[in-house]
Design a protein around this ligand. Sequence first.
Ligand SMILES: [Zn+2]
Length: 427
Amino acid sequence: MTLGLTIAAHFSVPFGYVPGQTLGSVSGARRQSETEGAASLPAAPAPMLLATTIRPYEWGSVTALPDLFGVAPTGLPQAELWVGAHPAAPSSAGGTPLPDLIAADPHGMLGTESAARFGSSLPYLLKVLAVERPLSLQVHPSAAGARAGFAAEQARGIPLGDRARTYKDPHHKPEMVCAVTRFHGLCGFREPAAAADHLESLAVPGLEPWIGELRAGPSGRALRSVFTQMLDERAAPVRAEVERSLASRHPESVHAGIARDHPGDPGVLASLLLDHFVLEPGEALFLDAGVPHSYLGGLAVEIMANSDNVLRCGLTPKHVDVAELVRVVDFVPAALHRVEPKPGPDGEVLYRPPAAEFALVRHDLSGAPHVLPRGWPQAVLCLDGEVALAGGPVLRPGDAAFVPADAPACEITGKGTLYRALPGIGA
Ligand SMILES: [Zn+2]
């Protein structure tokens, strides 16, 4: 795949097929140029091939996405493939950013119901994550919190690109990860008694006051107090002892790995309070506002509300605003919110978390055609095999397309795996 090599060599810039190089495909660009010559005829809405962006965050795997897409690695991390219309890295069709195409025809692109509910922007953002090292320990704001936080930072005149900027947009960011390979991470607080047991197993005298607090309760207040103290710089001597204990007593543990990757980081302590989860391929986890989490390893498809609002607690060189973070975190021990996949016809599997903005469908295609529903803005992403969209492009691993709401009923055929994003209210 010569073309794939070109894609990989430009990991940090938008990539995609050049119109005319994709056999049997009709890219957005070609569709546009064809309609220019026939101004009297309205453009027939059709699935459009998307040029997407891979973000080179340092925690990303150097090889996982290239292996998945069948291209050569570049030697640099390739952390997240973004498919969507978020202003930080919008996908484009035929050279035009998706947000501009949507703005030109919001009802045709998004459909009446999505536009009425979410306005003239795509309500979700679809990603592939390739996690090699821990992501920052983070939490996402509620809808009201994001609106207020964004307005406050705008009023204070903090530029959007500023390092000290916390709120990148006015939206909340519920998210769901769906494992492609075995995928693991930390999510949500342990029960305080279990957290106390965990701390006790480290046999570090400096942890004893926190163990006492966690055992004394009440649970929410104890978690808030201990979590906040753990993030304070005054905890540095205890943190150093904990790092030594993890290395000697539990060298193979998840937390020892975190400490090796982020020595001296406040997140090493705070992460001891969180639950560890493992998703097998096909399993999914929903993360709502206020739930602290960090992904640690594996490959996953992630879908979220169209937002980039992340408040970080640690395991990162990026901006950390502890006061704002502690305000946003929900100090409640909560069981993991797994999303049960629902099998449908023709090898279809639906993941429908409690988020109005998004749902995810996986299509395991084995040759039989399948007709996509109409009336909703749908982004599709191929991760295996080859899948053709009727009236649109042929997708291979790593390729994405957008199916406008007013496109005629779109039939997909081929052998492979396709992920399809749509608003949750349409699933
Ligand atoms: Zn997150």
